[in-house]
Design a binder for this molecule. Structure first.
Ligand SMILES: [Cu+2]
Length: 486
């Protein structure tokens, strides 16, 4: 069942209110508004087991309310097992200023792996690779005009490399951050990331392939991308399939751009960064002989949230006895830059790149391990003598999702200006399912004080309903971290 949700439209500054009714017969759900910072509204984040109990089935309802404090392109998806990969997902478009003028907004353009049928869907459609059924996504360009395309990777597993035959892209926003316009011939888009680009329809009117390649299984490289394409059609030209296949997109080695320049600047001190156990997050993998076969750990622990007792329940009752498997990383200081060095296991047999996504904040990409080919030659240990001068503190790239290189490291920073329980996790669904996540508990006292009585009552009422349902009445046991996303 593929149930693409409606695209949500808002203007910058709008209050958004969405009623979610869970009409499933047996599963809970919760809807996460990816990239929305939820300033002062942590309980609207939709991370079940963290900021809410799942919404129970057979009519359970939650009204999400939050403000659009950012603008650009994003998406929403279920944060409950076995759902987003089957289509409980939709796009978000928030109108606001742009760093480059354009004539026509083509709107959101989600691209996703379609796991069941081993295909890639562009805006929800494609031709089946073996049967030939279905149809290509077809986007109409107006000759002579500049178009904005809002590309979203809503996959469960695959990162894409994208190109449009005969054309270039100009990147104007990454995630929800407007950037200085930068023209490129191909794009890399990890699971969870968005790129807003402009496309000038300045070529010979006709039909052009929009190509996607991917590595498969969370890896990098290029695929035999038969059928992984969409058609861009010039208005007024004859229809039909493009004749020129176009060059395959360049292989980006699973590395996203770190030279993006945000229009609204943020800078921070980096010269004094010191890697310490309390700011270093080692990612490791355990392979075991029985199911679930692979466990991903951060700080030596695979996350396993408790749907029935989210961390917010601890915050509301001043209980600090968080179980180890909640993977809570507490942050107490207010309005300070905090730095997180994520190290990717160099020895694990599955040391592969991970798209790291943070709730509640954008992060500044202060640095990452030196790019190397082959990837096995990257260096996962931060070496202050070599790496301190390589760090970028003056308006570095800023996103909500960034690639942790295979066998490498990634240094992120954010300001503790948004009290909340915020997940930071790999956005490959199988990996967060198998533990690759922590939850920052940012300023729990301020968080408790910021929760309105209305939100607290709604939280408790929903948890009461969920606890009556699960596990006693649910035919399906919990078999993963609870955050599987797919
Ligand atoms: Cu991962």
């Amino acid at each position: 069942m593929l149930v693409n949700g409606p695209t949500l439209f808002a203007d910058w500054g709008d209050f958004i209110q969405i009623t979610v009714i869970n009409k499933l017969r047996t599963n809970g759900t919760s809807i996460h508004w990816h990239g929305m910072q939820q300033r002062g509204t942590n309980l609207q984040d939709g991370a079940n087991g963290v900021t809410e109990c799942p919404i129970p089935p057979k009519g359970g309802t939650k009204v999400y309310k939050f403000r659009a404090t950012q603008y650009g392109t994003s998406w929403y998806h279920s944060h409950f097992s076995a759902q987003y990969g089957n289509g409980v997902v939709g796009a978000i478009q928030i109108n606001g200023p742009a760093s480059l003028p354009y004539d026509i907004d083509l709107g959101t353009f989600p691209i996703t792996d379609y796991y069941y049928n081993n295909n890639v869907l562009f805006n929800g459609t494609n031709v089946h690779p073996t049967t030939g059924n279905g149809k290509y996504a077809n986007v109409t360009l107006t000759p002579g005009k500049r178009h904005r395309l809002r590309i979203i990777n809503t996959s469960v597993e695959n990162h894409f490399q994208l190109s449009l035959a005969g054309h270039q892209f100009t990147i104007i926003a990454a995630d929800l951050i407007p950037v200085q316009a930068q023209t490129v011939s191909s794009l890399f888009l990890s699971v969870g990331q968005r790129l807003d680009v402009t496309i000038d329809a300045s070529k010979t009117p006709g039909n052009y392939w929009f190509n996607a390649t991917f590595g498969g299984s969370g890896f990098c490289g290029t695929s035999d991308n038969k059928g992984a394409a969409a058609i861009f059609h010039y208005a007024g030209a004859a229809g039909g399939l493009p004749k020129d296949p176009g060059a395959a997109p360049a292989d980006h080695n699973c590395l996203d751009l770190t030279n993006l320049t945000p229009v609204v600047t943020r800078s921070l001190p980096v010269n004094n960064f010191i890697a310490r156990p309390n700011n270093t997050l080692p990612v490791t993998v355990d392979v075991v002989s029985d199911a679930p076969l692979i466990t991903w750990k951060v700080n030596g622990s695979a996350i396993n949230v408790n749907w029935n007792k989210p961390v917010i329940d601890y915050v509301l009752t001043d209980n600090t006895s968080y179980p180890r498997e909640e993977n809570v990383v507490q942050i107490s200081q207010a309005d300070q830059w905090v730095y997180w060095l994520i190290e990717n296991d160099p020895d694990g047999p599955f040391s592969i790149p991970h798209p790291i996504h943070l709730h509640g904040h954008d992060f500044l990409i202060v640095g990452r391990s030196p790019d190397a080919t082959p990837l096995s030659q990257t260096r996962y240990v931060f070496d202050p003598a070599v790496d301190l001068p390589r760090l970028k503190g003056t308006n570095p790239a800023r996103r909500d999702t960034a690639m942790l290189p295979a066998r490498g490291w990634l240094l992120l920073a954010f300001k503790t200006d948004n009290p909340g329980a915020w997940l930071m996790h790999c956005h490959i669904a199988w990996h967060v399912s198998a533990g690759l996540s922590i939850q920052f508990l940012e300023r729990p006292k301020d968080l408790k004080n910021s929760i309105s009585l209305v939100d607290k009552l709604a939280f408790n009422a929903n948890c009461l309903a969920w606890n009556l349902y699960f596990p006693a009445l649910d035919p399906f046991p919990k078999i993963d971290s609870g955050l599987r996303l797919h």
